[in-house]
Design a protein around this ligand. Structure first.
Ligand code: NAD
Length: 429
């Protein structure tokens, strides 16, 4: 099938590439001309495991190309995906201006029947607005269908998630686009849930808010563990072996961040409010998440006392492992709080240093994770990169002026760390 994806970011680029990989003809469009030029020249604007090889392979095979023109994409496709940002507004609601302007552009460019698929995360009822907009700005005789097809990929595992989705959600207003949507996704051999558009849109917000809730739940449990001398990892393991609960998203730490959970949570709270329901449970999820960072910072100040002019090494800047994405990263938030207190930072991340430099200016960026501790009063782990488990701990202990390690992601065994001579503070243990 011939597809175009409008918006070539984390979602659009990976989705387009995976569709190309399974045999569709894909044009990825972006209005950021620098990004398009980079992609056309063989560069990749984001780090995502496995992505670069797949992009190169499919570009070489003529299955995937890039363009700065929505009109060109629409003209040459049967199915048009929208994968543009839906950032939060100051009041927590969603800025839908990117979606609206893309809907108008699509309308203006359509000369034959198209299926317009929204992949961006949007509030319930957005599909209706997209349909109204296309109708208003399009040429009168051109037919189209609007479909909601929310994306559930995890950054850092995006290719894997796209190629082997747990499920594909397809929200429709009529049955007409269903066979095409099934054909599009057939190569992925995933269960396809066909539902109405409102339910499809709600599935995404309800799912992400539930995952955020699960993280806040274990973070709240971690507070009780600390107060009672229990170990949150043991509790999570014991809970997670119950098939009704599951172990995933039960890792206590400094809280969730990134470009999805915080914004989707506040959007869902706002949508609920607009629909007449006070979703107080989700407000508590936000409160617990904020409290988790406050408690971690307090742990640092309780131990180091005055932070002014203290040298602190920070491992991890990305909002989670396996990504270079620093949007609303708890690690960056932590660094900024430490800087505000006057600390001097040496920081490292395996993939996110370039993107971090744009938002975190007053820190020394260290290329080798084993050198971060040099001359520091303490070392902090802020992102759960698996490679940090291979940190040369003996060397770190020797390089630190005081052997203090704050582990915001519970990567190490507390007893082993203490036996090695560290003052080791983690979360919920
Ligand atoms: P992103 O910022 O990485 O990418 C969006 C791209 O859209 C950018 O490259 C931007 O230049 C482009 N763009 C903006 N306006 C445009 C226009 N008018 N025409 C063409 N291109 C335009 O964003 P993302 O992380 O890929 O997220 C996109 C959507 O998918 C959001 O709604 C997000 O909530 C949702 N989502 C994201 C993830 C994730 O893990 N990142 C997962 C699931 C869903």
């Amino acid at each position: 099938m011939k597809l175009t994806i409008i918006g070539t970011g984390y979602v659009g680029l990976v989705t387009g590439t995976c569709f190309a990989e399974v045999g569709h003809q894909v044009i990825c469009v972006d209005n950021n001309t620098d990004k398009v030029k980079l992609l056309q020249g063989g560069g990749i604007p984001i780090y995502e495991p496995g992505l670069e090889d797949l992009v190169k392979k499919n570009v070489a095979a003529g299955q995937l190309r890039f363009s700065a023109s929505t009109a060109e994409g629409v003209e040459n496709s049967d199915v048009v995906f929208i994968a543009v940002p839906t950032p939060p507004l100051p009041d927590g609601s969603v800025d839908l201006s990117f979606i609206e302007s893309v809907a108008r552009e699509i309308a203006g460019a359509m000369t034959s029947y198209k299926i317009v698929v929204d992949k961006s995360t949007v509030p319930v009822k957005t599909g209706d607005k997209v349909a109204e907009t296309i109708k208003r700005y399009g040429k009168s005789k051109v037919e189209f269908d609007v479909v909601s097809n929310p994306e559930f990929l995890r950054e850092g595992f995006a290719v894997e998630d796209l190629m082997k989705p747990d499920r594909v959600v397809v929200g429709v207003r009529t049955q007409r686009p269903v066979p095409a949507m099934r054909a599009l996704y057939a190569p992925f051999h995933a269960p396809i849930i066909v539902t109405d558009i409102n339910s499809a849109e709600l599935i995404k917000h309800a799912a992400n808010s539930f995952l955020a809730l699960k993280i806040s739940y274990i973070n709240a449990v971690s507070v009780i563990c600390e107060a009672s001398g229990a170990n949150v990892q043991e509790v999570a393991n014991g809970m997670g072996m119950d098939a009704r609960i599951g172990r995933r998203f039960l890792d206590a730490g400094i809280g969730f961040g990134g470009s999805c959970f915080p914004k989707d949570l506040s959007a869902f709270i706002k949508i609920s409010e607009q629909l007449g329901y006070d979703f107080a449970l989700l407000k508590e999820v936000q409160r617990i998440n904020a409290g988790q960072m406050d408690r971690f910072v307090k742990k640092i100040t309780d131990t180091l006392w005055v932070l002014k002019d203290k040298n602190i090494g920070v491992l991890g800047l990305a909002f989670k492992q396996n990504t270079d994405d620093v949007r609303l990263s708890p690690a960056i938030d932590l660094c900024q709080r430490l800087l505000k207190e006057g600390a001097v930072l040496r920081v490292h991340d395996p993939k996110a240093m370039d993107k971090a430099r744009e938002v975190l200016k007053n820190a020394t960026y260290v290329e080798d994770m084993n050198e971060v501790a040099a001359g520091c009063d303490a070392l902090v782990i802020a992102t759960e990169w698996p490679i940090f488990k291979k940190l040369d701990l003996e060397r770190a202990r020797r390089l630190l002026t005081h052997p203090i390690l704050f582990d915001g992601r519970n990567l190490f065994d507390a007893r082993e760390m203490e036996e090695m001579g560290f003052i080791y503070k983690s979360v919920g243990r």
